[in-house]
Design a protein around this ligand. Sequence first.
Ligand code: SF4
Ligand code: SF4
Length: 705
Amino acid sequence: MERHVLAVLTREIFGNVSDSAKLWFWGFSALSTGVLAWGIVRRVRRWRIGRSATERFSWRAGLMNLWQFVLLQRRVRGHGAAGAAHILLFGGFVVLSIGTGLIGVEHGLQTLLGRAPTDPVFHKGLYFAVYEFVMDLAGLALLAGCGFFIYRRWKRPPEVGHEWQDWLVLVLFVVIGVTGYVLEGLRIVLEQTPLPGVSFVGVLFARAFESLGMTSASSSGWHIATWWFHAVLALTVIALFPYTRLLHGIAGTVRLAAGIERLGRLSPVSIEEVEETGEIGVTRVEQFKRWQLIELDACVSCGRCEQQCPAFEAGKPLSPRNVVQDLRQHFETVAMVQPARSAGTDGSAGRALVGEIILEETLWSCTTCSACVDVCPLGISPLGFITDMRRSLVANGKLRGSPAQALQKTDRTGNPWGMPAQDRMAWANGLRVPNVQDNPDCDVLYWVGCAAAYDRRLQKVARSVVKLMQAAGVNFSVLGNSEGCTGEAARRMGDELLFQQLAGKNIATFERFGVRRGAKRIVSHCPHCVNSFRQDYSQLGADLDVVHHTEFLDELMHRGRLQPLAESLARTGATPISITYHDPCYLARVQDVTAAPRALLSRVAGENGIVEMPRHGRQTSCCGAGGGRMWFDDTVDKRVGQSRVAEALETGARTLCVSCPFCLTMTTDGIAARNGGMTVRDIAEILADTLPSQPSEISTSSNGV
Ligand code: SF4
Ligand code: SF4
């Protein structure tokens, strides 16, 4: 690029626009900003009818969310053409907005420094060339993104929500994009802009106009007319933000910036508040937290949560998208009647929220697998809404049948099986397992859990874990009859009071035996117990160091503590077994543990012996037992998770390896119902089988695990 061309390379801001037209433009701009601000104020007033948050906000998490999910669009990437189109549309919009902002800065500086419109401060030379090129590129990205979404709406796939305002926004974006290029072409003709080729789209329009006989003089009228059309449309879009689907840009950003960590975590309940108000859970929309009402406004009805929902896949009456959208519509109605917070109103706007707007069967269908939360690009938790409403159902005695009986048994006996506490150690018959009372200086507390304590099949898992720990010389103990249900299932079914009662007892037991971070580590083979200790118990003040048995065994293997096992595994490797591994939702998705089980299995099956299912790792699919669904009376063919069993069978592997007692039960039933020739085993059972010989005595060495 020659120096003299660069020296004159610029364009006049507000070129061809008269002073009176500028005044009108600033007037429209103020009006547009005012309408935008009023819309935001209105939304904020609506959000304020909700309860204030009891969760702790994290600025660090908020900034990370904004970086990853807004700027880098992490949850949008990897979702096929729709994801790519959103990145193009969003990227184009952001770049064009920044570009327009820079024009504003240049204009402000010119005014401030008293410069003539033809004497730019920085909008010139090489900067100008790059600017024009990038803006043309961004315009194409915006148009390509809009084009895809218009096409998709035209085709109307069922997962896409359809509202007239979505069409309006897309069409407005397209017209603004196209008129931007037309305007650029007219400006090039009008001003005979040097080096117009850097505006590689605008110059095409300029050449087309010139070929039609347009000259600098004759282009002036067209230019100012197009300028007005383009400006008014752009100002209209700005004003429309809080009133259309574009609201998700504001609400989603606010929600993500709040930075509340969600996966596996339920909103805390204060018993003092429950006693004071007599209310638990949500029966009215204003009982949701404010950030939950913001979530309702953030939802774009993209349907991604629905696509991932195992209950929806199984034909249950649950679509997380519909839950959020139905709540959103209801919220609109209630907010119109009750724009500001006013305690005591029923806010039902005619129909009951729980039971009519959202059906009870819908709420009970959820397995709390967190797939919807993990996949939502706006950080929305349909699961949070569901569990809040479940709490009110349980409080009002609306849960009946076998799940209600499981809760009653838990309340009566401390386990959902209703078995006596004195039978809790039956699983360990023949194994010399130390009780914490006899071995108070242990390094590790092995948390057995109700399922492995009472279910005969699952007892084998606990026995295998013990054998492995003994082989590794781990100084461990169990709580024996002092162990009680964690209350994880009770909490996720909505029985918060029962959960807090059970958790309180366990926390007192932990305190009695000195089980806390830095003193004794808890090892559990149940991802639900692990998550509950980490996320539920911490809300009640417990500070525990908890690991899943796959993490613990992997750690032992790396430290050489399972050396005999490793040698034995090497021998087994001569005849590798074919395994497919099912990631439990609460381990892989909620706790992000996917590598440790695979590292362990690769020692038994060899690198190539593990056949992955299409949905694996964090993208796993639910077995159907979570959220208390284990206790529901579904026949096997109606259970959530049947497609998961089919997927496992399709791998052709001989063994389905799991690392969760509930997954083991559900998949075993599912495979038996299909007469599938596949064995289901916990990872501990597979590893324990390779032990060279059974340990003869209990290790109580203090190796500082
Ligand atoms: S909740 Fe999230 S994933 Fe589901 S439809 Fe709304 S925006 Fe999409
Ligand atoms: S948590 Fe799982 S089962 Fe429940 S709504 Fe979300 S995706 Fe569906």
